[in-house]
Design a protein around this ligand. Structure first.
Ligand code: DSN
Length: 406
């Protein structure tokens, strides 16, 4: 899949690098589960004159003039996002997933408040309270994880025990390296028992939710859903926050209650955390949401999951141990150290030499350090966009095994 080249005509240094990267992306087997290939329409929107605008505020309530078209554009993106995810409210301005998560924390929590979230090495994300992050210094994160490597099931009894003990103000469901499906009903039951705000970070599986092959947490009592727009959702790099409930009178002071969460979030994104939204990215988000609303996107999402299952089966046949014994979504976490005695970084480098791109990743309770962990993470969203089928995934899996064994 070679992109049409938009020439950077007066800067050959940058133009050459763009061409080289486009060629690499077309030739390598791209298995990083958080990456994808956007459409030419998404790229056209990103390169549009909307990049020139400053539009602090929200549609109809801006601080600068000349907002006739930015207002229409942002409203279109909002309406499409709401429709796609059955949300009452959408904020399309977060620059990416980490700021989207931070915005929810800042809207809802006070410094020192407790949050219950998935441990990074068990599949959670850095922004879910990894000790190296800014939010971990501000808030008290308590971590839950999986029961064991074989099933990779969340330990819901432990999660409930932790919730009753620590009384978190926020419970986060979501992950960046977890091959299972979460039990949102169970999360909601526990969250409601302790009166916590329920937030789902769906960055990895937003496209699967949009395509109808993964459950939508908003259908199970979650109050807030954050996501990036560039992984399985196949849009531009960016963030999105969806909520149940409506924005209240924007002029009034609002209390921190669950019914005010849409207003609190809007106010935290702007003016609380960000300045001008990136309107060209919002244009590209609108295009991606439109694409994801088409019936073909449901076929794509289904194929992503089928391809992931085919990849897991063949990798396992080749002797690679997988966390959870397979996958229920688009991503696979493999224990290369436990399988072949090499660490994830070595595996990543050897595979790259053969044109197969993966990322080294920690596995639950990893005994190796994060930069040289025991695992690798693989996924199918990008290759599925390129038209890969189950047969292609079997061939790719065989090549991966050949390289790792070699
Ligand atoms: N870096 C992303 C991922 O690869 O999952 C998450 O932010």
């Amino acid at each position: 899949m070679m992109y049409k080249h938009f020439v950077v005509k007066d800067d050959t240094e940058v133009d050459e690098l763009i061409k080289a990267e486009a060629k690499r992306q077309a030739e390598d087997i791209q298995l990083i589960p958080s990456e994808n290939y956007v459409s030419d329409d998404v790229r056209a929107a990103l390169a549009s004159p909307f990049t020139n605008r400053y539009s602090e505020g929200y549609p109809g309530k801006r601080y600068y003039g000349g907002q006739k078209y930015t207002d229409q554009l942002e409203q279109l993106a909002i309406d499409r996002a709401k429709k796609l995810f059955r949300a009452d409210h959408a904020n399309v301005q977060p620059h990416s997933g980490a700021p989207a998560n931070e915005a929810v924390y800042s809207a809802w929590l006070e410094p020192g408040d407790t949050v219950l979230a998935m441990d990074l090495s068990h599949g959670g994300h850095l922004t879910h309270g990894a000790p190296v992050t800014r939010s971990a210094r501000l808030y008290n994160f308590v971590r839950y994880g999986v029961k064991d490597l074989e099933t990779a099931e969340i330990d819901y009894d432990e999660l409930r025990r932790l919730a009753l003990e620590h009384k978190p103000k926020l419970i986060i469901a979501g992950f960046s390296a977890y091959p299972g499906e979460l039990d949102y009903e169970k999360f909601a039951e526990i969250g409601n028992e302790v009166g916590a705000l329920l937030m789902a970070d769906m960055a990895h599986i937003a496209g699967l939710i949009a395509g109808g092959v993964a459950k939508n947490p908003l259908d199970y009592g979650f109050h807030v859903m954050t996501t990036t727009t560039h992984k399985t959702l196949r849009g531009p790099r960016g963030g999105l926050i969806l909520t149940k409930g409506m924005v209240s009178n924007p002029l009034k002071t609002v209390e921190k209650t669950i019914e005010n969460i849409p207003t609190l979030i809007d106010r935290t994104v702007f003016p609380g955390m960000q300045g001008g939204p990136h309107m060209n990215t919002i244009a590209a988000k609108a295009v991606a949401f439109h694409e994801a609303l088409q019936p073909e996107f449901a076929d794509y999402a289904k194929q992503v999951v089928e391809n992931a299952r085919a990849l897991t089966e063949e990798l396992q046949k080749g002797g690679l141990k997988l966390i959870g014994g397979g996958t229920k979504n688009h991503l696979i976490l493999a224990d290369v150290y436990g399988s072949f005695g090499i660490d994830g970084k070595e595996a990543q480098e050897w595979l790259e030499k053969e044109g197969i791109i993966v990322n080294a990743n920690s596995i639950p309770d990893d005994t190796l350090p994060p930069f040289r962990p025991s695992g690798i993470r693989l996924g199918t969203p990008a290759m599925t966009t390129r038209g890969a089928t189950v047969d292609d995934m079997i061939a790719i899996a065989r090549k991966v095994i050949e390289v790792l064994r070699g």
